[in-house]
Design a protein around this ligand. Structure first.
Ligand code: TYD
Ligand code: MG
Length: 456
């Protein structure tokens, strides 16, 4: 092996580095994920450190100006919200998601909006040919000539093109197809992806260009192989949703320029992605009337309340070991809540199968939907429908108590806006409102027993 080159083993799942092959990764406990890659260990570090030391200087915090970062709106409110108010100049944004979910479509729409504002945009595709992009673009709308396309995967070429053209925004679709000749391993491997990301980071910071990179996600829901990517970029957005459903959710996971936990909701139509401004209405469409085991709960996504339907089907089991499933929420949480009901209400759920589902394919893990899960299970078990104008939220603890949750007022207001007439909420939240809320009946409950009485 050439001098300075070393053979290193990387876990393709989490990026763990090891000098020898291992069967199981100590980092993520994945089996058989180590792959050998050749990395270039540059010698002569002390010389470069000496040079850097001459240039390095420290500054007091007070001397740093707090000028607001420059933001460009994408003309898509949902995307702007997730980005924290628009694209920050010189930022590196990773858009992750399953194949076919609509990442390329979303970014092409961003290109369209930006090019219509006469901003120069460069779309680099390593996956699709120019014709394929053209076909998609025709479905989306009309583009201005300030959008230029480049089909290329070689990082050195891309770097050169960007530094010559100096566009305002660059889209890289996808990071897994990019490769650098300096790295010995195949495109998509940990070292290649890491190298490519660091190159784009340098370009973004050095030339003050905003760069979006697309990253594919594995079955387990992590950006394929390189979790390392997440640490390197400024913002991580995940695009999720059921491929069989038309809506898509863009979720901010990390954001150096804004708050995370914000979501943007889109619907995939034949003209591309369309923004959904009122997701609650969308989530509740098709809710059954007068059916047992269905209840509407309210969850916060960032600063935004979202109403969703929780469904439960509880039926007698034919086996000693009852079957439970949870779709769209945490399986263990459902088991825990069923144990609480068994113990605190004396419900004989251990002899029942239970299937809990959040309708519409959305995923919610906020504890505030506990009360919704509990009421859906009770309703199904007793075969007693809950009034469809009733909504609930609250966290349920192990002793069956209903605990307070944050932002109760926003949740109640959202419910009222959508025409709900009755709200079952934690007793502690009921007294904490700043403004008096009229037009919706508030039922405070402090434990699951009272919640049961509230739906009788
Ligand atoms: P795409 O953006 O290619 O997904 P990704 O880049 O995440 O792999 O999305 C492709 C899917 O979106 C494909 O199944 C077709 C569908 N689609 C529409 O339904 N309407 C449209 O207008 C477009 C452009 C795509
Ligand atoms: Mg794509």
């Amino acid at each position: 092996m050439a001098k300075g080159k070393a053979s290193v083993y990387f876990c393709q799942n989490c990026g763990f580095e090891s000098s020898k092959w291992m069967g199981q990764c100590p980092g993520c406990k994945e089996w058989n994920s180590f792959v050998e890659e050749v990395v270039d260990r540059k010698g002569n570090v002390s010389a470069s450190v000496k040079k850097a030391l001459e240039e390095a200087k420290t500054v007091p915090l007070s001397a740093v100006s707090s000028a607001n970062e420059e933001r460009t709106s994408t003309d898509m409110k949902e995307l702007d919200r997730v980005l924290g108010g628009g694209i920050v100049k010189g930022s590196l944004v990773l858009v992750g998601g399953d194949p076919g979910i609509g990442k390329s479509t979303l970014l092409l729409q961003v290109c369209k909006n930006l090019s219509n504002k006469n901003l120069s945009v460069l779309y680099i595709s390593g996956e699709e040919s120019l014709q394929q992009i053209k076909i998609r673009a025709e479905r989306i709308g009309t583009f201005q000539d300030s959008l230029e396309l480049l089909c290329e995967t070689n990082l050195d070429v891309i770097k050169e093109v960007i530094s010559r053209k100096k566009p305002s925004v660059v889209i890289v679709d996808s990071i897994q197809t990019m490769f650098s000749d300096n790295v010995g391993s195949a495109p998509g491997s940990v070292s290649q992806v890491r190298e490519a990301t660091s190159v784009f980071m340098q370009i973004a910071k050095g030339l003050d260009i905003s760069i979006f990179i697309v990253g594919h996600v594995t079955k387990e829901g992590v950006v394929a192989g390189p979790r390392v990517l997440e640490h390197m970029v400024d913002t991580v957005l995940y695009f999720e949703g059921d491929r069989h459903e038309s809506y898509r959710i863009l979720r901010g996971v990390k954001n150096r320029f804004g708050s995370t936990n914000e979501i943007g909701v889109f619907e995939m139509r034949n003209i591309g992605l369309v923004e959904v401004e009122n997701p609650s209405e969308f989530m509740l469409s098709g809710k059954p009337v007068g059916a047992s085991g269905s209840v509407v709960a309210c969850s916060m996504e960032g600063t935004r309340p979202i109403l969703l339907e929780i469904q439960a089907l509880v039926c007698h089991t034919n086996f000693g070991n009852p079957r439970r499933t949870a779709t769209g929420t945490d399986y263990n949480r459902v088991n825990l809540l069923m144990a609480v009901l068994e113990k605190r209400l004396g419900m004989r759920l251990s002899e029942c199968d239970a299937y809990v589902n959040i309708a519409g394919g959305i995923r919610m893990n906020e504890p505030a939907i506990d009360l919704g899960i509990v009421l859906a299970i009770i309703s199904s078990k007793l075969d007693k429908p809950i009034n469809e104008k009733t909504i609930c939220f609250g966290e349920v603890g192990l002793s069956g108590e209903v605990r307070g949750v944050s932002m109760a007022e926003q949740r109640v207001l959202e419910a009222k806006k959508l025409g709900f007439e009755r709200c079952i909420l934690p007793q502690v939240c009921k007294t904490g409102f700043v403004h008096e809320i009229k037009g919706i009946e508030l039922v405070g409950v402090s434990n699951v027993k009272e919640a049961l009485d509230a739906i009788q």
